[in-house]
Design a protein around this ligand. Sequence first.
Ligand SMILES: *[C@@H]1O[C@H](CO)[C@@H](O)[C@H](O)[C@H]1NC(C)=O
Ligand SMILES: *[C@@H]1O[C@H](CO)[C@@H](O)[C@H](O)[C@H]1NC(C)=O
Ligand SMILES: *[C@@H]1O[C@H](CO)[C@@H](O)[C@H](O)[C@H]1NC(C)=O
Ligand SMILES: *[C@@H]1O[C@H](CO)[C@@H](O)[C@H](O)[C@H]1NC(C)=O
Length: 309
Amino acid sequence: MSEKCDLCLLGLIILSSLLTGTSGVNETVFISSGENVRLPCNNALSLSDCNSTTWIYGTSRHSEAAELIKLGIKKKNTGSYERLSLGSDCSLNIKNVTKEDYGFYSCRQFVNDKQQGTDARVFLHVLHVSVSSSSSSSSSSSSSSSSSLFSSSSSQTEISPGRSVTLSCQLYSYTGFSCDHLVRFEKLQLSWVNQTGVDLTTDSRYQISSDHCIISLTTTLLNEDDNREWRCQLTHRNQLQTSVRYTVKYSETVISVTARTLFRVIVIIVEMAVFAAPTVILLQIICARRAGRKDSEHPEEIEMPTILQ
Ligand SMILES: *[C@@H]1O[C@H](CO)[C@@H](O)[C@H](O)[C@H]1NC(C)=O
Ligand SMILES: *[C@@H]1O[C@H](CO)[C@@H](O)[C@H](O)[C@H]1NC(C)=O
Ligand SMILES: *[C@@H]1O[C@H](CO)[C@@H](O)[C@H](O)[C@H]1NC(C)=O
Ligand SMILES: *[C@@H]1O[C@H](CO)[C@@H](O)[C@H](O)[C@H]1NC(C)=O
């Protein structure tokens, strides 16, 4: 028990030093998906062409760490290859961060195949919002779909007035320095705020639930919500670290479909007016003629026998 506590305390101290940046070697970086990030290499030896620098990436304690950069050269066998680049100070730049990029990044120095000193690690935490919506009438998740905010698949999620929408904001973290620990011990906080920065927890329009590293906002969309913005923000000791904006956009296809339907209706009405009116007139003429003929025929038919008689 006490051993565990000691470990906890040690973890706390390491975390504190990490977060306050006093370690000087290891760092913690918070970023939102879709943004670009620069991970500093705090132990670089020769900056000339970073040819002593190797960047290693890992996501969990147990998984195999992968070399992203080897002695200043980018390795091709990585999923993030296209988005990586080495800064002139040997920092690692990642463009358009995805939620899969969370983890630790170790900057390691080699001279003549021998490692120099210890690794300088950067723990990257990624904030990401996913959207799901369901028709609020059924209020079940039967027709719910999920999509990423920054992917083009947002068209999959139907965003229109009357629908219920849930925005899930999650901080993705390396298990070694998990978000859970940060939230519990380090005053790391997730919140949903509106355009003016007001926390929406107390607003009865929204159902907000949080579970350490996920905070979700659920609301039924109103007509006037088009272009409304909600923001998931991450603060550490009341200092803003990063935030993700979500802007309600009622899809133009919905509008154009409505407009097209309206246009069709108008066309049909006009068509009816143009074609139906003469038809009606024609019918009236035919009817009138028939009636007239009948009027003139009947007396004949009636009269004929009388005449014949
Ligand atoms: C930095 O991280 C590495 C790898 O986890 C660790 O070996 C080292 O002790 C850390 N340094 C500091 C100053 O915390
Ligand atoms: C790195 O570059 C420096 C200067 O260009 C050179 O002296 C050194 O030999 C290079 N090291 C390796 C491992 O290629
Ligand atoms: C960023 O990545 C997402 C997929 O993760 C992609 O849909 C989007 O087009 C990318 N943005 C840029 C500017 O490359
Ligand atoms: C933000 O929320 C507060 C409280 O719910 C509200 O009074 C304010 O009008 C909102 N601002 C915007 C721009 O929606």
